[in-house]
Design a protein around this ligand. Structure first.
Ligand code: ATP
Ligand code: MG
Length: 873
């Protein structure tokens, strides 16, 4: 069965069991502070398990893009080394939200695997949770009893808490699970070793393919377990592993999900898959990581220096390094695979097709820059190695290796490899200590502690009423305390309904205040969205929690933010008109003070284009276009009407569309009622964010006025400084610059002449002491001229000991040069001499044996130093 058909069969099987097929959620998570990437199919349904909102359908099935490279689930180190863990993979799943439970989940899984896919029952094992005394949890006999109807009892194995109790994270929904494992070894191998003994033992041909999780508990902040209000089913089956079984191969990489990529890697690199272990690992790593990185970029997450972007960068760098070390690729090449990936998976994931050029360019640029890093790192490591060799050491200091890794991005594995090639090693312990110290420091800086929610009212709708109202009388439905080093102690409060906009879609959250019936006022300093809830942040709680509170949004901030948000839409429209429809939004930040818009475009936006864009937006503002808002549009209708949506954004069936004239976008943000309310639009900067991504920053309304006031003020100041208000200031400044340049030249020539004169004088002043021609003098020449001067003299005199003390204010420099024959015959050392003499000017220095300098902060000591020099001879 081809992989496409495997995926389709799964979804249709559950559709026939009354499940609704839904699309995969984005792999990069935007509105959840506890998770950067989707790591399991259930993530997008978390709010249903927590009971924060109700699903439209209580049976759902999908194929979810997952990434396991950070946090609780991190498989990165395994990937490529083994044949069945990926960074990015698809998880096929079926869900019951308070509907069917263990019985149906188990029997359907069995029916699908054995009857529909036709997997031999004798290849399968299942596990059930054995219970856990410390948690007070019983063995899952219920699941056992259902399984024993379907499979021999000796194929039902007990599993402990680590394997058979599934938890999403440190807190949240969890429960016992039942896994299905498959044994794809040959007959002979099976006869030799009982498969049951290999389950959960990391055997590459006895692997888990499907996990059926029975959600019935909620893990609280104090780590106790509470029963969830309803029981749910959450299952996840690894799509690539299933393909391995159904396509009768021994590795995920031999399925049609991966073979096109592997063939392409072979063609590009000239290495054949299946020859040596190291090359095979490298090829698998590259094929795997390419997928992870491409899907992330398509989801709108570019490689960067922090957060999710940093994780993506590290994944790509791991692939580049494997290519560099084991496939000998010193030039970018991974980007070339994007074509194959897009051809192969573009039907199931259209974003790979529409974003192909961007993905390709970003990867190419990242490859080029990391390869430069590798080159620089190699040079640095080489000098460390020669230092080690001359010091007779065989071990590279762990701190240094860590610095190479942390500061220069040079991978630790590569350091280790290069050292071992020369019979050297790395101080692993020192490295680990340095790493741990850094991790501890950053953990301390970012640690947050969250208490459990105190729930007052459970079944509130938490409706957002802020499109129409800025004030409301509300009740508090729940609150909790959050403590972090960064923000200190804050409270998060959820209301039964709210006029406050929670940060999302690039727009910052509303600020405002809450006023209790008694008149007690609490400021709301920010509003966020978390797991489908709008959370209001305050520094303290109102004195009375219960009862009704009046909440009021800061109207001025909201109005400015709305002006900036509408302007962002107009800007987007302008750019697609003026630059072309390849322009796609790649991120935005709409605040009250300004707006920022990142978009795909492959060259700098020229000054003329920027003016044209500004004019276009201002023309729409002057047309005074009214807002046409539709809050209950269907997604399909909106698309038909030409509305623009964003990749990597999760849209439901019902969407909101925002139209101003011909600008038409899917958007949940707040907007002005009429473009005239924006007053004016001004671009303040245009820059590059990454290869193929540009950024425009702009301001509107009041901020434009302030901007121009500021500008004209500094213009007046410039005119005042120039003391020539009639002339064009730019011309005056250019004239000053010219004058300055020619004066510099003149000074240089004067100094040269001065040094020339000095040279003659100095040679004439040489004293002969014990066969040494000694010259000492004090000057105010700059360092460069002194250096030229001493080398000039050294070329013309034998047996020379020349010392020059230069004073520059309080600062002093001593420069010593010795003829080579003095160094060799009399073992004089300029380095030692300046260090000794440096004491007189309160400084230190060093250099080579025939030329050295010292710097200090006591110019008054120069004469003493010069006299001491003579004494040395
Ligand atoms: P394993 O022990 O093999 O790492 P797991 O216990 O981490 O698996 P679950 O969290 O239960 O797996 O995920 C459900 C299913 O997703 C697994 O049965 C497996 O088929 C698949 N899966 C999990 N991790 C990966 C991965 N890194 N790459 C590919 N498939 C995976
Ligand atoms: Mg795992």
């Amino acid at each position: 069965m081809k992989s496409k058909q495997i995926r389709q069969t799964f979804l249709e099987f559950f559709e026939n069991k009354k499940h609704q097929i839904v699309p995969s959620a984005p792999m990069v998570i935007k509105n959840d502070p506890t998770l950067m990437f989707t790591n399991a199919g259930m993530n997008q349904f978390k709010e249903y398990f927590l009971g924060n909102s109700d699903p439209k359908n209580n049976r759902i099935t999908d194929s979810q893009k997952c990434l396991r490279v950070s946090g609780k689930h991190n498989d990165l180190e395994e990937v490529g080394v083994d044949t069945y863990h990926h960074t990015m993979f698809e998880m096929l799943g079926n869900w019951s939200f308070g509907d069917y439970f263990k019985k149906d989940a188990i029997s359907w899984a069995w029916e699908l695997l054995t009857e529909v896919y036709g997997i031999d029952k004798d290849c399968l094992y299942v596990t059930i949770f054995e219970g856990d005394k410390s948690e007070g949890l019983e063995r899952d006999t219920e699941a056992y009893d259902y399984w024993k109807e379907l499979i021999d009892e000796d194929r039902i194995l007990n599993g402990n808490k680590a394997d058979n109790f599934w938890e999403m994270g440190a807190q949240g929904p969890c429960g016992p699970c039942s896994e299905i494992h498959v044994d794809i070894r040959s007959k002979e191998e099976k006869a030799a070793v009982d498969g049951a003994t290999l389950v959960n033992m990391d055997h590459p041909q006895v692997v888990e393919i499907w996990n059926l999780v029975f959600m019935q508990y909620n893990r609280m902040a104090d780590s106790s377990l509470k029963n969830l209000p309803n029981q749910h089913v959450d299952t996840g089956m690894g799509f690539e592993r299933l393909a391995m079984v159904l396509q009768n191969v021994q590795s995920n990489y031999d399925t049609d999900v991966f073979t096109p990529l592997i063939r392409e890697i072979e063609t590009i690199t000239g290495h054949t898959y299946g020859k040596t272990t190291q090359e095979d690992i490298a090829i698998r790593v590259i094929a795997d990581h390419l997928r992870a990185v491409s899907f992330s970029i398509a989801d709108g997450q570019l490689p960067s220096n922090n957060g999710a972007g940093y994780v993506i960068r590290m994944i790509l760098r791991r692939a580049i390094r494997y290519g560099f070390t084991y496939l000998g690729k010193k030039e970018p090449f991974i980007y070339q695979l994007v074509n194959t990936l897009s051809k192969q998976m573009g039907d199931a994931f259209p974003e790979l097709k529409s974003q192909k050029n961007l993905i390709l360019n970003v990867i190419k640029e990242e490859e080029a820059s990391f390869l430069r890093t590798l080159e620089n790192g190699l040079t640095l490591l080489d000098s460390m190695i020669s230092g080690m060799k001359s010091a007779g050491s065989k071990t590279l200091d762990g701190k240094k290796a860590f610095e190479l890794n942390d500061t220069y991005g040079f991978p630790k594995e590569l350091t280790r490899l290069i050292l071992s090639e020369q019979g050297l090693e790395m101080d692993e312990e020192g490295f680990a200590i340095a790493l741990k110290k850094q991790q501890d420091d950053s953990r301390k800086a970012s640690a947050t502690e969250t208490s459990d929610w105190t729930v007052l009212v459970d079944d509130d709708t938490q409706e957002f009423i802020g499109y129409d109202k800025l004030e409301a009388d509300v009740r508090i439905s729940q609150y909790r305390k959050v403590t972090s080093k960064k923000d200190g102690e804050l409270y998060q409060i959820v209301f039964n309904m709210t006029p406050f906009y929670g940060e999302s879609g690039g727009q910052t959250g509303d600020k405002g205040y809450l006023e209790s019936a008694s008149g007690d006022t609490v400021y709301i300093i920010d509003t966020k969205k978390e797991n489908g809830q709008t959370v209001h942040l305050t520094k303290n709680l109102p004195k009375e929690i219960g009862g009704t509170h009046k909440v009021v949004v800061d109207a001025k901030q909201r109005a400015r933010t709305a002006a900036n948000h509408t302007a962002t839409h107009l800007l987007h429209q302008a750019m697609r008109k003026i630059l072309g429809t390849h322009v796609e939004q790649k991120g935005s930040m709409v605040r009250s003070a300004s707006l920022r818009f990142d978009f795909s475009h492959f060259s700098k936006v020229s000054a003329e284009e920027l003016v044209e864009i500004e004019n276009f937006v201002n023309a729409r503002i002057r047309e005074q276009l009214s807002l046409e808002e539709n809050r209950d549009n269907t997604y399909d209708q909106a698309m038909e009407d030409g509305a623009i949506g964003l990749f990597g954004e999760k849209y439901g069936d019902v969407v909101r569309t925002i139209k101003f004239g011909e600008s038409n976008e899917l958007c949940g943000g707040t907007h002005v009622k009429n473009t005239g309310d924006i007053w004016h639009f001004k671009i303040t900067s245009e820059s590059a964010v990454a290869s193929g991504i540009r950024r425009i920053e702009a301001i509107t309304s009041d901020a434009v006025k302030d901007f121009f006031t500021e500008q004209s003020k500094s213009f007046e100041e410039i005119k005042a400084v120039l003391k020539n208000p009639t002339k064009n200031p730019a011309e005056s400044i250019a004239a000053l610059q010219d004058e300055n340049a020619s004066l510099k030249k003149e000074i240089e020539q004067l100094l040269k002449a001065k040094a020339g004169n000095l040279k003659g004088d100095l040679i004439a002043s040489a004293k002969s002491i014990n066969g040494v021609n000694f010259i000492a003098t004090k000057t105010d020449l700059d360092a460069k001229s002194v250096k030229e001067l001493v080398f000039d003299i050294e070329r013309e005199m034998e047996n020379l000991f020349l010392i020059i003390g230069a004073a520059n204010g309080e600062k002093a420099t001593l420069t010593v040069i010795l003829s080579k024959n003095l160094v060799e015959e009399k073992s004089l050392d300029a380095g030692k001499i300046v260090r000794e003499l440096g004491k007189h000017i309160q400084g230190g220095g060093g250099g080579q044996s025939h030329f050295a300098t010292a710097g200090g902060k006591n110019a008054a000591g120069i004469d003493v130093a010069l006299a001491a020099a003579e004494g040395l001879i």
